[in-house]
Design a protein around this ligand. Structure first.
Ligand SMILES: C[S@@+](CC[C@H](N)C(=O)[O-])C[C@H]1O[C@@H](n2cnc3c(N)ncnc32)[C@H](O)[C@@H]1O
Length: 246
């Protein structure tokens, strides 16, 4: 059996990847928000707003934000609907601590839980969350099949999973620009603003070596999700996927 998985453009042993990914996020955590703005030219804010709209979050929903990072999605959802019950999950303790501090600084303390675990190994209650979200974390997972199985089991019947992830545009001109920007510019911005060329080289490589949107749809369907669909955001470099548990 092949025990190798993608780590950026390299293949690494499946057992090594969680440590390598966590090392990257420990390294970028203190500059993560600044870098997000710099690398996306601020566009990630509009993408996250769109994700909120697509998720159709309701009052009092029980929501699991997976790969929560420094809490952009968590904060956005709480600001829009402050009566939701939210669990923020991330395998990297430094990113999760930044999320916790940020939510508290914004006055959000009640009905929020923090789970410092990989989604593959997380112990989650069955049929608990009516909405699970993953923004820009899915491509970093080690074992997508187990991660999706765990997520599927934790969602209530009728609930949905919403994933937002980068994708390489299919159009050749856009693809060329996107790949040049990702591989040549992003690591240099990382060096300039965070003095960390290598971590941003990995993050760039993890974008272009990731599955296509239709492959992600297949993965969701294989995990049991139904009415699976995806849509491109303007520019075709970000996709939002939705799947339901029936
Ligand atoms: C690029 S950040 C995205 C953060 C946030 N969702 C956002 O959109 O700004 C990816 C996050 O995924 C987390 N992560 C990576 N692999 C994970 C896994 N298998 N389980 C849980 N979290 C994971 C990382 O620690 C990191 O905080």
């Amino acid at each position: 059996m092949d025990n190798k998985v993608n780590f950026g453009s390299k293949k690494v042993d499946i057992k090594e990847k969680p440590k390598l990914v966590s090392g990257i996020f420990s390294s970028v955590s203190n500059k993560y928000d600044l870098m997000n703005d710099a690398m996306s030219l601020g566009l990630h804010r509009a993408w996250k707003e769109k994700m909120y709209m697509v998720s159709k979050a309701q009052d009092n929903e029980e929501i699991l934000d997976i790969a929560t990072g420094t809490g952009d999605i968590a904060l956005k959802f709480l600001k829009k609907r402050d009566n939701i019950k939210l669990t923020c999950l991330d395998e990297n303790s430094e990113m999760l601590q930044l999320c916790k501090d940020r939510l508290i600084d914004n006055g959000f303390i009640e009905n929020i839980k923090f789970n410092n675990s990989s989604i593959e190994k997380a112990e989650l209650n069955k049929d608990k969350y009516s909405l699970a979200t993953i923004a820009f974390g899915f491509r970093n997972f080690t074992d997508h099949k187990n991660a999706l199985k765990n997520i599927y089991e934790s969602i209530t019947p009728g609930g949905r999973l919403v994933i937002m992830e980068f994708t390489t545009p299919a159009n050749n001109v856009l693809k060329n620009i996107f790949e040049k920007y990702t591989h040549l510019v992003i690591p240099k911005i990382g060096k300039l603003l965070a003095n960390d060329y290598d971590s941003y080289k990995y993050l760039a490589e993890s974008i272009t070596s990731f599955f296509s949107p239709s492959e992600v749809s297949d993965m969701l369907e294989n995990a049991g999700f139904e009415s699976v669909r995806y849509e491109y955001l303007p520019g075709n470099m970000v996709t939002i996927h939705v799947g339901y548990k029936c």
